[in-house]
Design a protein around this ligand. Structure first.
Ligand code: SF4
Ligand code: SF4
Length: 147
């Protein structure tokens, strides 16, 4: 999205009024859009409170691609090394196991007890895990999430 399109925001608040996350967190998407025009907001915790439900984007009377903009702002934050500890942990799981949330010993054991085979994922196909690692390395993802 061009900066000029964001500049058409007239602060009507439809985005904030449509935001389910904003009802339970300090996320104020109207303010995020306003501040992103004026300054670097890559430090803002609220950037990560968006669930990317796209309600705001669908309803903005100016057609501003709000959710896409939030995703871009997150990418900028990550490139600056601003990754929340919980997100960094999930990224590490992805690199190490091929899953953002890998199956744990307890659930492997429960699956065995009820006669379920290993899931048809990288848990079962170790070669695929090597492929995942190669892909993540080739994109620089591993470097991106280093402390
Ligand atoms: S709904 Fe659109 S125009 Fe209204 S405040 Fe949000 S971004 Fe601005
Ligand atoms: S996409 Fe994010 S900011 Fe927009 S309404 Fe959903 S949770 Fe709120």
């Amino acid at each position: 999205m061009k900066k000029s399109e964001i500049l058409t925001c007239f602060q009507c608040g439809t985005c904030t009024g449509s935001c389910p996350s904003g009802r339970y967190t300090s996320l104020n998407v109207r303010r995020i859009i306003k501040d992103s025009i004026q300054k670097d907001i890559s430090d803002e915790l609220e950037l990560w409170m968006c669930t990317t439900c796209y309600n705001c984007q669908e309803r903005c009377p100016r057609g501003i691609k709000i959710t896409d903009e939030i995703l871009k702002l997150r990418s900028i934050a990550v490139k600056k090394g601003k990754v929340l500890p919980a997100h960094r942990a999930v990224c590490r799981y992805l690199i190490e196991t091929g899953h953002a949330i890998p199956i744990d010993e307890m659930h492997i054991s429960i699956r065995e007890q009820i006669g379920l085979a290993e899931p048809e994922t990288v848990h079962k196909y170790k070669k695929a895990l090597n492929d995942v690692k190669t892909l993540l390395k080739s994109t620089g993802f591993d470097e991106l999430i280093k402390e």
